[in-house]
Design a protein around this ligand. Structure first.
Ligand code: SF4
Length: 509
């Protein structure tokens, strides 16, 4: 057996979760320069940049959603894949114990979280044999927010704002543009897309995701696809969806396209969307010891160049301090575009909590409360028999999943502010107006940045849902967010979706 294999895989997982690869850092730096200072887009990117630096410094998860661990392993003839699979699973469980991965494996029937990221289908491990003497292990951690924005098209198809997409490369381009437009900020833009033309429904999605293992700066060896990738990159940022869907110049940092043969009757275009927290790395291992011979995508002999020279979020003096619990007057005074700094008590709640609150009374008084759509990474620490909880990563999750419940919960329990990312729909917007509440957009993926605003964990309810889904009672201080839906019927998300839809119509594919 390979004595160093387990440690090497564990190192790979920890590094992937905590340190963005240089090509993604470079693309994000370019994005930062592209957005004019003092805009919402620039503020969002500055927080993201600071978050990237904090994560690498503290070896903390870049984003609290550490995603679906997906391993691509290449082995020489004779390698024991059964043993390697077991070792990889144990390394995943150990990384989860250490708080480098969030427990993310949920039984789809009972809703129970396995607690260690192991379960049917998780992690995903693909093996391939090759003729080289070494073992290669690549890992991508792709979170739920961006996974939910994946899209698959069966051509020909009529697309809103773009018309008919035929079975041509122009038709493919329309599908990619539509997928990016549809994602808006929900997948934590600026993102990158892996695309597969053809295949069947299953192989198409798999191959699209595999394209995310290409570096952002490589050029497709097929000149037709290279042209398509370049053409997408030169037009897509004109949609002005921008970072987090706030509007702006950078919507996408990469587009990688491949093609598979298809059945004559089918023509699928599969789009795998990854967020700015584009976590993928790899290692080449000695096949007799399992020791790391070299890293892929990064060179450890090169120092990490910080994203920022100075502290990230700089105040303009126009920020509005909000102290929870909030009054109706507090929130009616806010309007779209205001930057707020929230202090006081905040409760987390996402899918399981929202569903629970529709059938049961809340375990805490939510009157005037701030409800944070967040599934944090929380470590349980015990000293002298006393249990304490520590939040190590706590960015917002995609809010639109709570759209069926949110308006009713605001109405029933008097919630005054909802914090999340990506915005919400018409039902919530109407409830904000009728009952006096606001939606605050935090910066998606900025898990380390926001964890530092959390000063204390005061308690937890509904822990039986698992740590990401429980309702955590937090004391926060100066937690920055942007009002993107106000109590007067205004929604930045609705406006950007409409405006970017108009841009799609004029882009001329
Ligand atoms: S950055 Fe956003 S989309 Fe990406 S994993 Fe984190 S929360 Fe999900």
């Amino acid at each position: 057996m390979l004595p160093s294999f387990f440690d090497s895989v564990l190192q790979l997982i920890v590094k992937t979760s905590t340190d963005l690869p240089p090509d993604v850092r470079a693309a994000m730096k370019t994005s930062l320069v592209a957005e004019p200072t003092a805009t919402r887009a620039s503020q969002a990117l500055t927080i993201i940049a600071q978050n990237i630096d904090l994560a690498a410094d503290a070896e903390g998860a870049i984003c609290q959603d550490t995603g679906m661990p997906t391993f691509e392993v290449k082995v020489p003839l004779g390698a024991n894949q059964i043993w390697m699979r077991q070792q990889i699973r144990e390394a995943v469980a150990e990384a989860t114990r250490r708080g480098k991965l969030r427990p993310n494996s949920v039984d789809s029937i009972t809703g129970k979280n396995s607690g260690d990221n192991l379960g049917p289908g998780t992690p995903i491990i693909h093996f391939d044999q090759w003729e080289k003497p070494d073992v290669e292990v690549k890992l991508i951690l792709k979170g739920g927010g961006c996974e939910n924005t994946n899209a698959q098209y069966a051509l020909p198809i009529e697309l809103p704002h773009l018309g008919r997409a035929d079975r041509t490369l122009d038709g493919v381009k329309k599908c990619i543009l539509h997928a990016v437009w549809q994602a808006q900020g929900k997948g934590c833009s600026p993102g990158a897309v892996g695309v597969c033309i053809g295949g069947d429904r299953t192989s198409g999605y798999t191959h699209a995701k595999e394209q995310l293992f290409r570096t952002l700066d490589d050029v497709n060896s097929d000149s037709r696809l290279a042209e398509l990738e370049a053409s997408i990159m030169s037009t897509v940022n004109n949609l002005e969806i921008g970072p987090m869907g706030f509007g702006g110049k950078v919507t996408l940092i990469g587009c990688k396209v491949a093609a598979l043969n298809r059945l004559p009757a089918s023509f699928f275009v599969s789009v795998a969307y990854d967020c700015w927290a584009f976590r993928r790395l790899g290692v080449v291992l000695d096949a007799s010891t399992g020791a790391i011979k070299s890293w892929l995508y990064r060179d450890p002999s090169h120092p990490i160049i910080p994203m920022l020279d100075q502290a990230g979020f700089t105040r303009t003096g126009r920020e509005i301090a909000l102290k929870a619990p909030l009054t109706e007057q507090d929130v009616r005074a806010l309007k779209v575009g205001d930057v707020v700094m929230v202090s006081g008590r905040m409760f987390t709640g996402r899918d399981a909590v929202h569903s629970h609150l529709m059938k049961h009374t809340p375990p805490v008084d939510l009157n005037g409360s701030v409800l944070y759509h967040c599934g944090p990474v929380v470590l349980k620490e015990e000293q002298d028999g006393v249990v304490a909880w520590r939040v190590t990563a706590a960015g917002p999750t995609t809010s639109i999943r709570e759209e069926p419940y949110q308006g009713e919960i605001i109405k029933r329990y008097g919630v005054r502010a909802v914090i999340g990312k990506g915005g919400m729909g018409a039902k919530t917007l109407a409830a904000l107006k009728e009952h006096g509440a606001v939606y605050l957009n935090a910066i998606g993926g900025a898990a380390q940045f926001y964890a530092r605003s959390i000063k204390k964990v005061d308690g937890v309810s509904l822990l039986e849902f698992g740590t990401p889904e429980a309702m955590w009672h937090l004391t926060v201080e100066d937690f920055p967010a942007i009002v993107t839906m106000d109590a007067h019927g205004n929604s930045l998300h609705k406006d950007i979706e409409q405006e970017s839809g108009q841009h799609l119509e004029t882009i001329g594919v």
